[in-house]
Design a protein around this ligand. Structure first.
Ligand code: GCU
Length: 660
């Protein structure tokens, strides 16, 4: 196979592997902007010789003779199959709604792009979650908090007049993987985003996104009634405050009739909230919920709260605050829970709130942008991390997993969802590197169906991104599947976490101990001294394990039954603690740091074998980034080990490669 021409990555997974331009006939039985988009996608990309395609809603009279399980379609599902309609052999793409049909069109293209048999088409799927949402941490000045791929996509300056064509490209990419909502602004919100000019700008974006099935949401600053409303308080129990929010919601819905609702970060990291007035998180959420309720809107209220004044283990605080509120939230509120109890570390055990609030719909929040995994530079495919959390049994009931909680199945909730902190910016390739695009992709696909396998999705993405050369696909998938574990190994093996240089979170800083807030210091998390290392979260320590349901709590309470991956998250152990395989803790730690460094070297060597098979632009950028990662993996290991050795006074075990 000859390498493709230069590919700048703008086309994402919909890029160069497509655009066949064979103009296969595509008809549709009713008209809408959404169906026209679906038809256009198919015409542009279906291979020559494909059967003609018919797009039709499941209740269309033309389909009267077809056996279609309408129940299974739901409102967003699709079915794609060969059929004979009006005497004509077609590929039928159907759904209960036009959006379902659009998803079906993308599914058909995905099927064909990833080597699916064109003669055997029978695709059917419906999303397992209602809300599949990107959270943009985009500030109004264009800076993206924790964003590593350029300025915000939203050009607030030229909106609402100029609708950059890129907005439609963004919506198209999202629709192709089933994402149906976007929160436009940072959770650390400015009240200005709720003023009339910004509502008009958001409305312009909503106008572009609508046909792609993407709803717009806004992060709301809780103190907005004071800052832009002229009130003296933002107390959610004050009728004037509630009236202000109601009027604000009415104003937004006049501009954006299908506005999704609000996302709120309250009483966390300095943000205002109901606790400032002695009211609860439920009081705050419910007040906002009643403002959007008449319009069908929802509130996503974040559980990411911890206070500097609170001496309790930071890992426990969200549960302590929210678990007692179960049952008190209005029916259009979801509580948004980060995958783990601290903060998007390369590995965290699942958040103990999953399984602990059966009366409340919980929406899981993952970070797609790699704040703690080497920004845009390091290669880390997050699919296995998302999957590990989604598949985790909560222990609350037999068979219950994080996935079954957030799909609403465990507790019979109709509201359900997954949120991902976006890694998208104005960089030509959207996400700062080719491989980061895979994290956007896998988030969308898993939000649609948390039961999909991260390995299958890596393959699916790779084929659409690089074409079908089996040598390329095999190598790329192998690299991806080991990449996240490599980052865990060289930044914080065995359950260590939060060892990052403070503030920016790039590079090692396990020695940092001088920040005013104790729980922002890495030493707070590793607790290493001459005798041992790790955070005792058992009964003899913070007892955070007791926040898990009994079967899980029991497992984590004993270092012998705690998975090695989470060992020092839950236990403080002596450096010479013997692991099951006979190694000491210190030996195993060093071994893992070495392994992480070796994995990066292996990824780089594997990538080198693809040089003649991938276009020069993407190959060279990835190769250069891998070289940076290789250097920085060594930096992580050597700096971390030097620090641990200064604390424990031990030598490097024989055979260790450090320092290089
Ligand atoms: C992390 C991140 C912040 C962000 C916060 C949040 O702490 O570093 O930038 O604001 O998470 O999720 O609210």
């Amino acid at each position: 196979a000859s390498p493709a021409l230069a590919d700048d990555g703008y086309g994402l997974w919909l890029g160069s592997a497509r655009e066949q331009g064979a103009s296969v006939p595509v008809d549709w039985t009713s008209d809408s902007p959404t169906l026209r988009i679906a038809a256009e996608e198919l015409r542009r990309s279906l291979p020559a010789g494909s059967r003609p395609v018919l797009l039709a809603r499941a209740d269309d009279a033309a389909l009267a003779g077809q056996r279609i399980d309408r129940q299974a379609l739901g409102t967003e599902g699709y079915r794609v199959q060969h059929a004979t309609i009006g005497g004509r052999a077609v590929t039928l793409v159907t759904g209960a709604t036009d959006l379902g049909i659009l998803y079906g069109a993308f599914a058909l293209l995905r099927h064909l792009d990833s080597g699916g048999d064109p003669a055997n088409i029978a695709l059917a799927s419906a999303p397992q979650t209602r809300l599949r949402i990107l959270n943009h941490w985009d500030n109004l000045d264009g800076v993206v908090e924790r964003g590593y791929s350029g300025q915000s996509l939203w050009d607030w300056w030229t909106l609402p007049d100029f609708k950059d064509p890129r907005y439609a490209d963004y919506a198209r990419a999202n629709a192709s993987i089933g994402i149906n909502g976007t929160v436009l602004n940072n959770v650390n919100a400015k009240a200005e985003s709720l003023t009339a000019p910004y509502i008009a700008k958001a409305a312009a974006l909503a106008d572009v996104f609508r046909a792609y099935g993407i709803k717009v949401y806004l992060s709301a600053r809780f103190s907005a009634p004071i800052e832009i409303g002229g009130l003296k308080t933002a107390d959610p129990r004050d009728p004037a405050v509630a009236a202000w929010w109601k009027a604000k919601a009415d104003e937004i819905y006049r501009a954006i009739p299908d506005f999704g609702g609000f996302l709120v970060k309250a009483n966390s990291e300095g943000q205002p909230g109901p606790r400032d007035y002695g009211a609860s998180h439920a009081d705050g959420a419910n007040m906002l919920a009643s403002a959007v309720k008449p319009h069908g809107g929802i509130v996503m209220w974040r559980a990411f709260v911890y206070a500097d004044t609170d001496p309790e283990d930071r890992a426990k605080q969200a549960y302590t605050e929210f678990e007692p509120l179960d049952g008190q939230f209005a029916d259009n509120v979801l509580v948004q829970v980060k995958n783990g109890a601290i903060d998007f570390q390369p590995r965290e055990p699942f958040h103990p709130l999953f399984g602990a609030m059966p009366k409340t719909p919980l929406i899981a929040e993952f970070q797609i942008t790699k704040e703690y995994l080497g920004f845009a530079t390091h290669l880390a495919y997050l699919g296995p991390m998302f999957e590990e959390v989604l598949d985790a049994p909560t222990g609350a009931r037999r068979g219950e997993t994080v996935a079954s909680v957030i799909t609403g199945k465990a507790d019979g909730h109709t509201l359900s969802g997954m949120a991902g902190v976006a890694n998208i910016g104005r960089d030509r390739d959207w996400s700062g590197s080719t491989f980061n695009q895979a994290n956007w992709y896998v988030f969308g696909r898993l939000a649609w169906d948390p039961g999909l396998s991260s390995q299958a999705l890596a393959r699916e993405w790779a084929v659409q991104t690089f074409g079908s050369d089996p040598m390329v696909i095999g190598t790329v998938v192998a690299m991806m599947m080991r990449s996240r574990e490599a980052v865990v190994d060289y930044t914080g093996p065995l359950g260590l976490a939060h060892l990052f240089a403070t503030g920016h979170h790039y590079g090692p800083g396990p020695w940092v101990s001088d920040l005013a807030r104790p729980e922002w210091n890495p030493v707070y998390y590793h607790r290493a001294d001459r005798n041992g290392i790790g955070f005792d979260r058992t009964r003899t320590g913070s007892n955070a394990v007791a926040q898990y349901a009994p079967p899980i709590a029991r497992r984590y309470a004993d270092p012998r039954t705690t998975p090695l991956e989470d060992l020092l998250w839950f236990h403080h152990l002596p450096w010479d603690y013997r692991l099951a395989d006979g190694r000491t803790l210190w030996e195993e730690m060093v071994r893992r740091y070495d392994r992480g460094v070796a994995e990066v070297a292996a990824m780089r060597a594997q990538w080198a074998t693809l040089k003649s098979r991938i276009d020069a632009e993407r190959w060279t950028k990835t190769d250069t980034f891998l070289a940076i990662q290789q250097r920085e993996a060594r930096w992580w290991r050597d700096a971390s080990l030097a620090y641990w050795m200064s604390v424990n006074g031990l030598e490097l075990p024989a055979g260790s490669k450090a320092p290089e």
